[in-house]
Structure formats: structure tokens, C-alpha cells
Design a protein around this ligand. Structure first.
Ligand code: NI
Length: 271
């Protein structure tokens, strides 16, 4: 249990270091008297035996997290799983992986070569999810990946860190909708991601989400420093289900409850 808390601390520290907006958002909301609750963190990996979701989730599962629901994002060639902890206040953990079998031979080859360079045994370490990038990368390889998959390019450039943290917007006291929160953020000069609409999901689906535009930061590649987008900060507004409890899942092309099969319908995925 203590280990999971330590892991979250490291993930948060590393995320803050490359996501300047996170601090800005936190200050803005704290000034309004808000207490920030983390809804979920998102981690990314390749569907590869050595680093698959079941490898990345180990430290969390050992710390008491349980897999709740699995998801498929067909167009993005991703699968994912979300985990919850029985202790109140613990954020959900959302881990996705890129289905390499559905990618081009070139992308697959690059991904395999990156994974091969992870130090032996690191994947078994409890800090693996926060181990960062342990392979050398040149900017041309990054660009090649970017042409096919933003997801793969981001993972290649940053490695194992949190892709995003997510504020539980429904638990804020000074706003009553995600639109209201978005307006507060924009008014404070924080750029939001408007691609495909500012708000993804809907009250009917149980979840609305928005996020900042990831700021670009300088990354050291083998052939020099290049400025590329890092992480974004996400905002999740969860709505009550017919039984009155808050919807706790995520929106995907298809979702499978790991205990009983349910279908949450279609929506705009935000893996
Ligand atoms: Ni998310």
C-alpha cells in the first residue's frame, strides 16, 4: 500500500516537471478555495509481452488495485483497462496499450527495438511505471512514429511516466458544470484542446471530459534538442447513473465489465 502511494508521488513529481500547466491549474483552483481530487491517472504502453498492461499494472495490483473494466478503441488500435482501489480517495488507474499487430511493420519494428533496450529486469521493479524513457531515440524515429501514431510517438519520447492526471471536476464546489470550469480555465489563459469539440463524452454517457493543450517542452534526442508536446491536464465530470451513484467507467468503442458484461455505448474516446 505504501508502495502505491510512493509510486503516485513519483509519477506526480515527474509529471509536474514537464507539465507546467498542472501547477497553474492547481494554483488557480486552490485560490478559489477548491480542494483538488484526482479522478484518474493514465499510463501508456505497447502491447508487447515484456511491457504489456499486465506488467505495468503489477505495482498497482500488488498495492490493492483491482481491474474493473476493459475497453477497446478500434480506430486508435488501443485496448485499455481501468483499476480501482477500495480505499476512498485513491484515484482510478487507466492503462492503455497500442496493439502493435494492427500497426505498420515499420512502427512494430521500432516499438520492438525500443522495448528490447529496456534494462533487463526493470519491468519487474515496482517503479517501472515511472521509469521514464530508458532507450535512446533520434528525432527522425520520433517523426516516423508521429506520422502513424501520436500515441506511439509520445510513448517513444517519454517512456513510462503518467500521460495525464485528471481533476475530478464534479467534486469542485465553485463550478457546477464542465463548461463552467472550462470557461474559468480559458479566462485564466489556459489553452484547452478543442479538437473534436472541447468536451468529449456527455451527461447521458455518464462522463464528460476536457483537457488542456499539452505544452511543448525541449526533449533531448540523439541528434539534438527538439521541442515536442508533453503531457496535458485532464478534467473529468462524472454524472450519476439511474441508481444515483456516479458513473465510474470510461467511454470507449466498447467496454467490458470484468465481472459482468455491460455496454456503455459509443462515445468519443479519450485514452
Ligand atoms: Ni483520462
Amino acid at each position: 500500500m505504501g508502495v502505491v502511494h510512493d509510486l503516485f508521488e513519483v509519477l506526480w513529481r515527474d509529471y509536474l516537471a514537464i507539465t507546467p500547466q498542472a501547477e497553474q491549474v492547481a494554483q488557480l483552483l486552490t485560490k478559489r478555495g477548491e480542494v483538488i481530487i484526482n479522478d484518474h491517472i493514465a499510463l501508456r504502453t505497447f502491447a508487447h509481452d515484456r511491457v504489456d498492461i499486465e506488467v505495468l499494472d503489477r505495482a498497482f495490483v500488488d498495492g490493492g488495485y483491482e481491474p474493473i473494466e476493459s475497453y477497446a478503441f478500434k480506430d486508435k488500435h488501443l485496448v485499455a483497462c481501468h483499476y480501482e482501489h477500495a480505499e476512498p480517495g485513491m484515484p482510478k488507474v487507466f492503462i492503455s496499450s497500442l496493439l502493435l499487430d494492427e500497426c505498420s511493420p515499420k512502427l512494430r519494428e521500432i516499438a520492438h527495438s525500443l522495448v528490447k533496450q529496456i534494462p533487463i529486469g526493470l519491468e519487474a521493479d515496482w517503479r517501472f511505471a515511472s521509469s521514464g524513457r530508458t532507450w535512446p531515440l533520434d528525432s527522425k524515429t520520433y517523426e516516423t512514429l508521429l506520422e502513424e501514431s501520436q500515441y506511439a510517438a509520445w510513448l517513444a519520447a517519454f517512456g513510462y511516466i503518467a500521460n495525464h492526471f485528471t481533476i475530478a471536476a464534479h467534486s469542485l464546489k465553485t463550478v457546477t458544470s464542465l463548461t463552467e470550469l472550462n470557461d474559468v480555465l480559458v479566462a485564466a489563459g489556459l489553452p484547452l484542446n478543442d479538437t473534436g469539440g472541447r468536451i468529449k463524452g456527455s451527461p447521458e454517457a455518464g462522463l464528460e471530459q476536457s483537457s488542456t493543450m499539452a505544452a511543448s517542452i525541449d526533449i533531448q534526442f540523439l541528434d539534438g534538442i527538439k521541442s515536442i508536446p508533453s503531457c496535458y491536464y485532464e478534467f473529468a465530470y462524472r454524472h450519476p447513473k439511474p441508481d444515483g451513484s456516479l458513473f465510474q467507467g470510461f467511454i470507449a468503442d466498447s467496454a467490458t465489465n470484468l465481472f459482468t458484461s455491460t455496454d456503455h455505448g459509443k462515445g468519443d474516446p479519450a485514452p
